[in-house]
Design a protein around this ligand. Structure first.
Ligand code: C2E
Ligand code: MG
Ligand code: MG
Length: 640
């Protein structure tokens, strides 16, 4: 039983006892003192009033005690609620993960919670009695704190990000809310600061920013960051009237490594290339990976083209050493395109585009070299765009023509086949040769339509010749490397053969050596599928690619076409003689037909015949011409 309930019982007991005593004693005294009954009755009435008065007083006190016992006193009730609220607040205060600091109106810390101790590393004793500036990191200037105090003074609160220092010395970001507490008169009595440690959020933000701006494979800046830096460098170059250069680097034949050794080795090689580039380019340079096997370097303070070219030369040199990757010794060369600011371009986008054009030039002039962007190159690019749109129209308006060039059997000198070669009868520029539009068609993707059209025309023509009794063994059609590895080629060829009714054995497809080697796995599969249709396959411009003998042996081809570049040197150039001799021997040993193109003189035909070359094609036999102009009887005498 509680103290208050015992008091209430005691009071009730005392009240009862006193009431009985009072009534007994007063009744006895009045009876013995007054004989007169009227007087006695009067005094008994007075006694009754006195008793009632004392009873009222006693009941008042007893009731107060009873209310206290039952907890019914409003003051006490409020007090009890306040106590409960305080107890709850204390639990929240202690359990919350946010640090809480209470300071008095003079700014002296009077209370802290457990989270503050955990976040700051200080004990409560080390903090109490001090001022919050003991946590200052030094990262914010006086203006920051002035603005903070001004906000608290004016609005009673402040919130924002603030960098503070832990006991360990480490500085870290907090999200903090400060609020002032006032009394009834509006006087500030305390300040409460609640804060959370947001270093984890900040770290993930930084990590996110890093991922957005860096290439995950090499950790180099990516295209986004590179473009941004280029813009900054250009702005600073403009201010300081200096120049800068952009080098765009592309690895030559990287695809072969990826396809033959797998993407894992390819990735490791890209990382190793990134390391080498970073080693030669130190501070003042930004090395980036723009994607795939394309890298870029931004050279600050480099106004001279010759200086930029020297850097490009360095890139080519550093690539020369073997890359040791996973027990493989890999060699890879690079091509570099250079564009300089301000002479070549006036903004970052232009600089990047021009370096890319220069890179294209470097690639098309034989790779493993560098090329500079010039005005002439821009004009070339514009020309390419015009031709591309013109070419689309040409296809629709049937301005393309197929010419046929005779192919002769060297031992008999007889015409035994033809090669279909496309021409463009341009309404303004006259007859254009494929060299003027095929490379553009390849870059724009139009080549697939052109090749499909030529294939269809050539097959129809062959069917007509055969129907007219012309004894031709084959019609050869060139297939662009762009189209060769695509699955739709198979569908196209089989449809054309079915539509025209041409015997597949009369069709020969020519594909260049590099098309086969650049994407060897896919190309090999395609070749097997096409061969299964019953047609013949030839490798065009043989000797200009990088075929390995091993790879060549795996290819299901029937013919090698010696590139005209080697035939041109016959019979005087010893190197050309050696190469042609080797190709013929190679073809024969592998059971392949050997076909020489570009024969312009009888001596060349004689020489090739002596080496047992099977077939010959060239201006000496006949130029490419419209189908109707072919002379089937022509058999020029090779040996007098
Ligand atoms: P290619 O397939 O190697 O064709 C042989 C090229 O050498 C032809 O050039 C031909 O006119 C030329 N030529 C033939 N004999 C001689 C000669 O004695 N001396 C010289 N200097 N040249 C000779 P053309 O017709 O200009 O074709 C060039 C290239 O364009 C072709 O080389 C081929 O790669 C490509 N091409 C032609 N037509 C097509 C086509 O329909 N589709 C595709 N994808 N490419 C084609
Ligand atoms: Mg050809
Ligand atoms: Mg050729």
């Amino acid at each position: 039983m509680s103290v208050s309930s015992r008091d209430a019982l005691r009071t009730a007991f005392l009240y009862g006892l006193l009431s009985v005593l009072w009534l007994q004693v007063t009744d006895h005294l009045l009876n013995s003192y007054f004989d007169d009954s009227a007087q006695l009755a009067q005094w008994q009435l007075i006694n009754g009033y006195v008793f009632a008065f004392f009873s009222a007083v006693l009941i008042f006190f007893a009731r107060a005690r009873l209310c206290g016992f039952l907890g019914m006193s409003p003051g006490l009730k409020r007090q009890r609620q306040d106590q409960e609220r305080l107890r709850q607040a204390a639990v929240v205060f202690d359990c919350t993960r946010e640090g809480v600091l209470v300071s008095n109106s003079c700014g002296v810390i009077v209370h802290v919670n457990r989270a503050l101790v955990e976040i700051t590393g200080y004990t409560a004793e080390e903090v109490l009695g001090h001022r919050p500036n003991m946590f200052k990191s030094g990262r914010h200037g006086p203006a920051f704190y002035q603005a903070m105090f001004k906000s608290i003074d004016e609005s009673g609160h402040w919130h924002g990000e603030i960098w503070n220092r832990r006991k360990s010395g480490e500085i870290y970001p907090q999200w903090q809310t400060v609020r002032s507490i006032t009394d009834n008169k509006g006087q500030v009595t305390h300040y409460v600061a609640v804060f959370s440690d947001i270093s984890a959020i900040k770290n993930s933000q930084t990590e996110l920013a890093r991922l957005v701006h860096h290439d995950p494979l090499t950790d180099l800046p990516n295209r986004l960051l590179f473009t941004d830096r280029t813009e900054q460098v250009l702005a600073s170059s403009q201010r300081h009237q200096t120049g800068c250069a952009l080098l765009m680097i592309d690895l030559d034949h990287f695809k072969i490594i990826n396809d033959s050794l797998g993407h894992n080795i390819g990735d490791q090689l890209l990382r190793a290339v990134a390391d080498r580039l970073q080693r030669i380019f130190g501070k003042g340079f930004t090395v980036a990976r723009l994607g795939g096997d394309e890298f870029a370097v931004l050279v600050d303070n480099c106004p001279q083209v010759t200086q930029a070219a020297a850097f490009a030369q360095q890139v080519l040199e550093v690539m020369k050493g073997a890359f040791e990757i996973d027990k493989h010794q890999l060699f890879i060369s690079a091509s570099v395109g250079i564009s300089v600011f301000p002479s070549d371009a006036l903004n970052a986008e232009q600089l990047l585009r021009n370096a890319d054009s220069a890179l294209f030039k470097a690639k098309s002039t034989g790779r493993e070299g560098y090329a500079l962007y010039t005005e002439e190159l821009t004009a070339h690019a514009q020309y390419r765009i015009e031709v591309a749109s013109d070419l689309r129209r040409a296809l629709e308006q049937q301005e393309l023509r197929v010419y046929y060039q005779p192919v002769h059997d060297l031992p008999t000198s007889r015409l035994i086949g033809v090669e279909a070669l496309v021409r463009w009868e341009h309404p303004l520029r006259g007859l254009l040769s494929p060299g003027e539009f095929i490379p553009i068609a390849e870059r724009t993707g139009l080549i697939a339509e052109i090749d499909a059209w030529v294939l269809e025309q050539a097959c129809w023509q062959m069917v007509q010749w055969r129907a007219a009794g012309v004894e031709l063994s084959f019609v050869a059609v060139n297939i662009s490397s762009r189209l060769f590895t695509r699955p739709e080629l198979y569908t196209l060829v089989s449809t054309v053969l079915a539509d025209t009714g041409l015997a597949p054995a009369l069709l020969e497809l020519e594909v260049t050596e590099s098309a086969v080697m650049d994407n060897s796995k896919v190309a090999l599969e395609q070749m097997h599928r096409l061969r299964a249709l019953g047609l013949r396959l030839a490798i065009d411009d043989f000797g200009t690619g990088f075929s390995s003998l091993l790879r060549l042996k795996q290819l299901p081809v029937q013919k090698l076409k010696i590139d005209q570049g080697f035939v041109a040197g016959l019979p005087a150039d010893n190197d050309d003689v050696a190469i042609v001799r080797a190709v013929i021997a190679l073809g024969q040993s592998m059971g392949l037909q050997v076909h020489a193109e570009g024969i312009e003189q009888v001596e060349q035909a004689q020489f090739l015949l002596d080496l047992n070359c099977n077939l010959g094609q060239g201006y000496w036999f006949g130029r490419p011409m419209p189908a109707k102009d072919l002379d089937w009887q022509r058999a020029p005498v090779i040996r007098a």
